[in-house]
Design a protein around this ligand. Sequence first.
Ligand code: GDP
Length: 472
Amino acid sequence: SEVATMMDVSVTEIISACMSLGMMVTMNQRLDAETLSVVADEFGYEVDFVTSDLEDSVKVILDNPEDLKPRAPIVTVMGHVDHGKTSLLDYIRKENVIAGESGGITQHIGAYGVTLDNGQKMAFLDTPGHEAFTAMRARGAQVTDLAIIVIAADDSIMPQTKEAIAHAQAASVPIIFAINKIDKPGANPEKVKEGLAQMNLLVEDWGGKIQSHDISAKNGTGIKELLEKVVLEAEILELKANPDKMASGTVVEAYLDKGRGYVSTILVQAGTLKVGDYVLAGKNSGKVRAMQDERGKEVKTAGPSTPVSILGLDGAPQAGDKFNVFADEREAKQIAAKRMQLQREQTVRTQRHITLDEIGRRIALGDFQELNIILKGDVDGSVEALTDSFQKLSTEEIQVNIIHKGVGAITESDVLLATASDAIIIGFNVRPMGNARQIADKEAIDIRMYSIIYDAINDLKDAMEGMLSPEV
Ligand code: GDP
């Protein structure tokens, strides 16, 4: 009923919207965040969750459709090591100067904005790689609108290329491929596209829908065209935000500067941030004393999709922390203090992820429709065989999704992806590598290891039927 009032529609309309999502609700029932977003979207509203789930009460602001203005896309660059992510970001940073601005961007603040010749703007997250992307997502931050995945044309589709694709897909972020290093004598972009086709990723030249462009991050060939494709892809997304309200967004990075105190780079995602605003970011708060853009230029305001570095917070928030502006300084301080205390009390994170033991119960409760699995194996044959068998276990009630599969040990990146996508990890004749086990324990990610295909399939089947005997 509260939501109905906010959107100025009848309660019955909200209830029937919920019913069309398969949910029977009463007018006094609280809706979870996801349902709320979907329902609001039905009526053309966008939901902004002002406080984190740490607080008992979540304040919800609904934007009127007419207050939503187009905003620039926020782009992340991912890909296999040495395929040219940094070079591409550097090239765009140096060469793509705003009309009338001389010189490129020299400082690194974790994100930067560029303006193309045609006046189109976009923002880049300047920490390449899917680890940073997924670490943010694991903290609940959905920042990226589009992912450029760089693949070197003198190489082929490598394990991290596949990971990057899986990470972008798991986040439902559209992909644009940048086939790089075409200046090199041995470059063969067609071979890369063929490799993509074999993974069922058909790029436009191959009759598909996915955009790709051949580039050289070294001499700049094709980069302008690549960015134009980013703009085209972004247009389809119809990205919008309300600039006329108190700002909210995400922390990109933060550090302590000897002379200036804590410097935090944040990305404004909605509203407009102003010097003098009182900000709460994760467990830190403070009044914005000064703001700088990526060129080190002082700015007074920053609207949606703008990265800025701010001075004035009482500490360094973490990358992926959300930030909000508060009208009331005291309230922001109180929440920051409460979060601080909560963190001290929780030495281990309490966020629970799905485990095989729990699946049957959750399905029976009816609040679980998709089982996400990350599958790693020692050879391609067994990975494919297991993928097939797992997918066949899907029923009308529950869909089994293999969100990522690959040959090789279970890596930190797999665990991060599982954290961000609430997945379980199944290893066939492979084990966790490096810190993967530790992180999985900390994040409570279920890793199951098997050496007999039949056992793996049976366990999953039993789990889905709620018949799995607890692991001893
Ligand atoms: P990252 O690990 O993906 O960030 O890759 P880098 O940007 O660090 O690039 C790895 C290496 O490839 C560096 O030596 C670059 O100079 C080189 N490189 C990147 N892009 C190109 C390109 O378009 N052409 C050529 N010839 N070399 C490139």
